[in-house]
Design a protein around this ligand. Structure first.
Ligand code: MG
Length: 311
């Protein structure tokens, strides 16, 4: 994620025409619904099955929001949250999330967030951005520098300490993290294929000084490590900030003008227009078949015919 508007992000482009999502992927009569609004920059949605709520981050306002499926109400879960960004459920159903402010991966506990890891070989992380859970329960997370920006809009101003922007794997057994991807400029969104054998990571290095880094890279995964990555796809407008994978292995990615869906072989399936700039997407709902979309000020939903791989 990165909420800073920049010339060239593509938000101003309105001439790109893409194939709409096929009707077969959407539930009968489905349309895009705006569920809640009033945030400044929304990120990190996760469906909470026990409370039937969607939790997400409003990063510049340093708070965590929730939308309640039963009542449709928006509530504030936490203020002074230390600028959390992406989040996921671990294999035990607990919320794990990235904290820009604490430069850490943390897990929600009864009395608040518990830091799981905040450094590698003596240097603190930059500002963990998005996290996903491997089939073995390990946490894989991206670590671009956006939360260190001097403006303090999305974190605590600071400097990079370990000299890179890596993807890390944190092992809950050893409680240690180690780099698994070191060849991206600003790794951002992250998701596994349903079988856990492929890892998709978006690179938004073009927010910095690398216009070539504006795509999704795919890596083969061999247990605790990855093989050489290769170019997968890039949405035509804006960037892939966050992404998710459905049970058939399709990749659903955010973009400047909505959500783009790709087959596992990178063929474009179609485009879902969203009237705000999209940051992240996740499947949830009672049957796992609702796509929740964080986009700038709002949370959106569309009902689909596919679902999260984790059921
Ligand atoms: Mg992100």
């Amino acid at each position: 994620m990165n909420g800073y508007a920049r010339v060239g992000d593509g938000d101003e482009e309105d001439t790109v025409r893409s194939t709409p999502l096929p009707a077969s992927l959407l539930a009968p009569g489905a349309s895009l619904e705006r569920l809640a609004t009033g945030a400044e920059w929304s990120e990190g949605p996760v469906w909470l099955p026990h409370t039937k709520r969607v939790r997400w981050s409003d990063i510049p306002n340093d708070r965590i929001l929730e939308w309640d499926e039963a009542t449709g109400e928006l509530s504030v879960f936490r203020t002074r949250a230390e600028f959390p960004n992406g989040r996921a459920l671990d294999l035990e159903g607990r919320v794990v999330q990235c904290s820009h402010g604490r430069r850490a991966i943390e897990r929600e506990a009864a009395d608040g967030p518990l830091v799981l890891t905040d450094r590698w070989e003596g240097g603190r992380y930059n500002s963990p951005n998005d996290v996903t859970v491997a089939p073995d329960g390990s946490l894989w997370f991206t670590d671009p520098p956006y939360g260190l920006h001097p403006s303090g809009r999305e974190g605590r101003p600071g400097v990079q300490e370990y000299g890179g922007c890596f993807v890390f794997r944190w092992d809950p057994a050893t409680r240690e993290a180690r780099p698994v991807i070191t060849d991206l400029v600003h790794p951002n969104g992250i998701a596994f294929s349903p079988d856990g054998l492929r890892l998709y990571v978006s690179d938004t290095g073009f927010y910095g000084d690398r216009p070539d880094a504006r795509h999704i890279q795919v890596y083969p995964v061999d247990g605790v490590r990855t093989g050489p990555g290769s170019y997968f796809a890039a949405p035509p407008v804006g960037a892939s900030d966050g992404l998710t994978v459905d049970r058939e292995g399709r990749v659903w990615t955010s973009a400047g003008d909505g959500v783009y869906v790709y087959e596992p072989d990178a063929t474009l399936v179609g485009h879902l227009p969203v009237p705000e700039r999209v940051s992240n997407v996740t499947f949830g709902g009672r049957n796992g078949d609702e796509l929740f979309i964080t986009a700038s000020t709002s949370l959106y939903r569309i009902r689909t015919t596919t679902a999260s791989p984790r059921r």
